[in-house]
Ligand binder design. Sequence first.
Ligand code: ARG
Length: 656
Amino acid sequence: MNLLAELRARFATSLASLEGFDGNVQAALELIRPSTDAKFGDYQANCAMPLGKQLGKPPREIASAIVDKLDVADLCDPPEIAGPGFINLRIKDDAIIRGLQTAAADTEHLGVPQVSDPRTVVVDYSSPNVAKPMHVGHIRSTVIGAALATVLRFLGHRVITDNHIGDWGTQFGMIIYGYKHFADEAALAKSPVAELSRLYRLVNSLVEYHAAKTTGLPTIEQKINQQEATVSKLASVEPTGDKKIDKQAAKKLRAAETTLSDLQNEKSSLKKKIAAVDDDAELAPLAAAHPDIGKAVLDETAKLHSGDKTNLELWERFLPACLEANQQVYERLGVAFDHTLGESFYHDRLAGVVDDLEKRGLATESDGAMCVFLEGFAAPFIVRKQDGAFLYSTTDLATIAFRFEEWQPDAILYVVDHRQSLHFEQLFATAKLAGCEEIELRHVNFGTVLGEDGKPYKTRSGTAVGLMGLLDEAVDRARQIAGDSRVLTSDDERQQVAERIGIGAIKYADLAHNRTSDYVFSYDKMLAMNGNTAAYMQYSYARVRGIFGKAGVSEAQALSGAGDLNLGSAEERALGIALLRFAEALDKVVEDYRPNHLTAYLFDLASAYATFFQNCPVIKAETPELRMSRLALCALTARTLEVGLALLGIECVERM
Ligand code: ARG
């Protein structure tokens, strides 16, 4: 049962008969929410106040008109009108018990109703550029995307997951160039993944070195000169004596100085990068011997795209090793995709995309490039470069067209770093002009994972094993928790528990933070046993499960106690309501594609359980009936935690 949805449906009927009201019912229904304080009941409807304004009547009068027509007698005690016109709703214990019984009888879905209007949703997530090491942002995409797909499916939607890998871009030009000039055949035969990633890093560092020297550094020096001039101009402004004006001037000066010091920092990190190559006995001569490596890499990429036999063969030879490296990460994370249709899959459709846009009059030539000029954007959306090369944008347009033909989706979600926002805004605007008005195209963006220094987190030296190393380290640290546990008996069990705690910690940290904010990657925080962490949730689950052993009942037997539930104490009742709110939490997750609503819910549930457990003896309950009833609440808690964590891709442990 979804209490909130049920109440909203009842209010919708009542509002429909409210005299004079023909406004936005949805907006009014959104003002029905769980109460923030138990003394106002379980739910509160705050819609009478804005309706009063709209209809020019006292809100209390509106509230009582709504309540008069409201048919909730089976669900709530008689609604109370409080203050200026709040409608307070207290759910009847009978109704809570009925809801819990439905949940207990439906161990798979816990009574969460299936949607009545299933949508077809394509979820594009993970989508790393292969041939270069996956980074921590790709984990965030993978983890958030997988959770959203699972929740949508659980609610009854048709979900198609697609890993849109970058398997056709410059990074292949890099390894092809690297192979042609620097390959170590023996290493390649022995460990292709390691050798390819060495080649990638080598070529990439040489490309970056030359780019920094020829354009990066001069550009930044020019900017610094300009900024220095700005700062000295601002610094020489005489005080006017007007406090407000002087304060503003000082503020401006400080801002300009900050910009200057940012630029200087940027310059020194560029210089460091250059020096790192210059001071390296191996790299320096290579850099000197390959001055045009940047252009050469682009040429190799272009040759691949135009069907050059050698480059195509190399691509075919290298791709499996690149995919294998990523597959290891996916297996470790327990993630799979319905499809992995990368950029290469679309390459022969790209010319058609541009032709089509041209025919529709959407793309026009500008300086030799084909561009879509979009209202509201300073720069055009370029779909073919001057040199004839297609872009990321062109591939994404081809991908939308393919997905549309293939699956007729109602929505396509792109779980991608917020830094690509502009790309997606332009992509969606173009797709809409080209006829995709009906599909919900959504950039489910997320913030950057930061290191403890506040800068984007880098896996140690960004090596190929970087991501695996990151997961290994979490598991190593979790082994300490498992090692400290007195209940774990064998090394095998300790290892399994450590794996689940470690991987769970990383996933949970990615999910529990509001996806749009940046967050600091900290092993200590994510592995803490207290607070909103995976370890705490897993521990809570294991503790609940421990009770069945002590009571000598199976979970199924405990669940059968739901036939005769007793919610006599405030703590039992609060736990009962918390259990029923699972459906609401899932609705909130899909409303704006935010898994943190589910982690927050599970954390609240674990807290409600802890309070219940402290105050209500289970095994030593006063009567056998009460014992059974409380065991049923425990079993429902365990199931809800387990199912909820599984939706997030997090595995539980039986004991820890
Ligand atoms: N390969 C891109 C990257 O690593 C992400 C692709 C996201 N999906 C898409 N359809 N553009 O940044």
